[in-house]
Design a protein around this ligand. Structure first.
Ligand SMILES: Cc1cc2nc3c(=O)[nH]c(=O)nc-3n(C[C@H](O)[C@H](O)[C@H](O)COP(=O)(O)OP(=O)(O)OC[C@H]3O[C@@H](n4cnc5c(N)ncnc54)[C@H](O)[C@@H]3O)c2cc1C
Ligand code: FES
Length: 344
């Protein structure tokens, strides 16, 4: 099917297969359609169907609450084309050639518990994938309807294995599916890489990472890339990792390793929201600081006077991400220097 998308920046056309969403079809052909979550929760990919027939996969997607379906409004990440279509989007769209997302097959292996409700898992890909630190993929299994977004934890070029961390969501379809599996090979479809909350050392900036729970995933990839690129020999880094209690924190050895490699230029603070920090540093990992309070408030206090030449990365539950963005803006950080992923 031929899809034509009209926008403030002109018309772009691309082809869409019967089984893919309009968003995925455009992105894999280099058309930068608007999106954030790619999984139906944020509403950023909204478009109006001007002509043609479409099929909406997930009619109750939370991102579609403000749409007017009677006027042809759809979420492109939840919509398939049934004929040639013309759509209109409210924003500008551009094109790009490098690092386009693609559909691959993968096998989930090595599921291991990090805390009572967090697991690590590896994904072995059918074809290697290049991605930027901070990006994510959408995973889909035949056993559930719909895709789920997970951020890469590691950082490698032409990666054949990617690592993830998953926080169990109460009654969550995918998290229940993964938590209750035996450690056998689990086949999935993988679409990516996706996401614009990217770290590039060549931007030459100090970095601040504010993560709630599994929001630390993309920050680990950023820290790995920054450490390998020797970024902390010239620039400062501050990571704020929010968890409920000390027992909920994970990746502490890896975080201590990044602090040690930074020669004093990277600070990591674990912020405890439901417990008082009784020591200034982690008892078993003394290079990691401890603080009490919500992670975005702890971060705002700590970096009050350090907002210079900085890019901020924020990821985690939407309420926490909104709080962190507000605190950063109040602190004078330009919105263009704030990159975020809402884990909704
Ligand atoms: C950019 C991004 C990166 C993320 N990275 C991580 C991460 O690294 N680690 C982590 O733990 N979490 C991450 N999340 C959050 C994670 O994607 C959600 O917690 C996950 O979708 C929960 O899935 P679930 O099946 O367990 O829960 P459910 O409540 O069953 O499903 C939630 C999501 O599944 C999809 N869905 C549900 N039902 C349907 C349906 N009928 N049809 C189509 N789709 C459906 C939708 O995407 C929905 O938003 C990320 C989220 C985003 C947006
Ligand atoms: S990108 Fe489609 S709802 Fe978020």
């Amino acid at each position: 099917m031929k899809i034509t998308v009209e926008s403030k920046s002109g018309r772009r056309a691309f082809y869409c297969g019967a089984k893919e969403t309009i968003l995925n079809a455009g992105l894999r052909q280099g058309v930068n359609l608007p999106y954030e979550c790619a999984t139906g929760s944020c509403g950023t990919c909204r478009a109006r169907v001007i002509s043609g027939d479409v099929e909406v996969r997930w009619k109750d997607a939370p991102g579609g609450k403000k749409l007017k379906p009677e006027k042809g409004d759809v979420l492109m990440c939840q919509t398939r084309a049934c004929s040639d279509c013309v759509l209109r989007v409210p924003s500008e769209i551009s094109t790009r050639d490098e690092n386009r997302p693609a559909l691959r097959r993968g096998v989930i292996r090595n599921i291991r518990k990090l805390t009572s409700d967090v697991v690590h898992f590896d994904l072995h890909l059918s074809d290697p994938m290049d991605f930027e630190a901070g990006q994510f993929v959408v995973l889909e299994t035949d056993e559930l309807s719909g895709g789920r977004a997970y951020s890469m934890v590691n950082f490698d070029r032409a990666a054949a294995r990617i690592a993830f961390v998953l926080k169990r969501k109460p009654s969550g379809g995918f998290s229940d599916w993964l938590f209750t599996r035996e450690n056998v090979d689990l086949p999935v479809e993988v679409f990516g890489p996706l996401g614009r909350s990217i770290f590039r050392p060549e931007e030459g900036k100090n970095i601040v990472c504010i993560a709630g729970g599994s929001g630390i995933a993309g920050m680990m990839s950023i820290l790995e890339h920054a450490t390998r690129a020797d970024h902390f020999s010239k620039y400062k880094g501050a990571v704020f990792f929010g968890v409920r209690t000390l027992a909920d924190a994970f990746y502490l050895e890896a975080l201590s390793g990044y602090v040690a490699a930074s020669r004093g230029n990277l600070e990591v603070t674990i912020a405890l929201s439901d417990e008082t920090a009784t020591t200034p540093a982690h008892p078993d990992h003394p290079s990691l600081k401890l603080a009490s309070g919500m992670v975005h408030e702890v971060a705002a206090r700590a970096i009050e006077d350090r907002y210079c030449n900085m890019i901020a990365y924020v990821a985690g539950p939407p309420i926490m991400v909104d709080g962190a963005i507000r605190a950063l803006i109040v602190g004078g950080v330009p919105t263009l220097d704030i990159r975020y992923d809402k884990f909704s």
